[in-house]
Design a protein. Structure first.
Length: 278
């Protein structure tokens, strides 16, 4: 990772110039390596720490921060080794999702998981972790579905003035893309039930979980290229340069409505394409 000429003070100033302030609600997506290393920073962990510290200093203890900690735990075969009469053999076991399950969406997300007072939603596929005074209430009694009725991404629409903060990811990303695809009933995704184990609060439970899976074809891979270009023209995002990349910010509800309208008109708007008959 290359060095770059910016500091924690520059990060904080950039956040404030984009309108972040105390008490704000933010959903943070990260690819921090795109910025390069700030002054006096030598490791990924230090990079995570300086961005996390900057965010906390700006939104304060009354702010609420959401970070994707997707693990896609259910549906992946897990095998355990056993010994019987000196012979080793394997047996397939149910997947188990816990607070400590590794996030598959980048180093900052795993760093965030380990911070004090961070709560993780009990979604074995696309969990979100959060810190702040409203997190417990928002995560309470979520249904066993990632994108169905009353899912977390629907609840976030009701959170006042929630902002999407994209750190190095560009503007072709949003946490609600697959939720939009579900609402628009796109032809390349379908509801599928998975099963496995949850271990939270010292309690092990077996559950079924509904996820919106895609048809396994390269043309169905999510692409934010079109939505990125047109949302930029419509000035939905505000941006500022930092290091070797950019910080982007927008209103969650506004970008959601804009994206849903586009996908309802063109069911393949968020897919790589070209479209095909299912």
């Amino acid at each position: 990772m290359e060095k770059s000429s910016y500091s924690e003070i520059d990060i904080i100033k950039s956040f404030k110039k984009l309108g972040l302030k105390r008490g704000d609600n933010i959903f943070v997506g990260t690819s921090l390596g795109m910025f390069g290393l700030p002054k006096k920073v030598k490791t990924q962990n230090q990079l995570n720490k300086i961005f996390y510290s900057s965010l906390i200093k700006v939104i304060g203890v009354k702010g609420n921060m959401f970070v994707p900690t997707y693990s896609f735990t259910f549906g992946v075969p897990h095998w355990k080794n056993f010994l019987k009469k000196e012979k080793k053999f394997q047996r397939k076991i149910d997947s188990c999702f816990t607070k400590q399950t590794k996030s598959e969406v980048g180093p900052f997300t795993n760093f965030f998981l380990k911070q004090k007072n961070v709560i993780r939603s009990q979604d074995p596929m696309v969990s979100v972790s959060g810190s702040g005074p409203l997190i417990k209430k928002i995560f309470k009694n979520l249904p066993h579905t990632s994108y169905g009725k009353d899912c977390l991404f629907e609840r976030l629409l009701k959170l006042k003035n929630l902002k999407i903060l994209s750190l190095g990811l560009g503007t072709g990303w949003a946490p609600f893309f697959h939720y939009v695809e579900n609402l628009a009933n796109v032809p390349y995704r379908f509801k599928k039930n998975y099963s496995g184990r949850l271990f939270f609060n010292n309690k092990l439970t077996y559950i079924n979980w509904e996820y919106h899976s895609r048809i396994l074809d390269e043309r169905t891979i999510t692409s934010g290229y079109r939505i990125s270009k047109i949302s930029a023209r419509k000035k939905i995002w505000k941006s500022i340069d930092l290091g070797r990349s950019r910080i982007n910010i927008c209103n969650y509800q506004k970008f959601f409505r804009f994206t849903l309208n586009k996908v309802k008109k063109n069911k393949w708007y968020l897919a790589k394409g070209p479209r095909f008959t299912v």
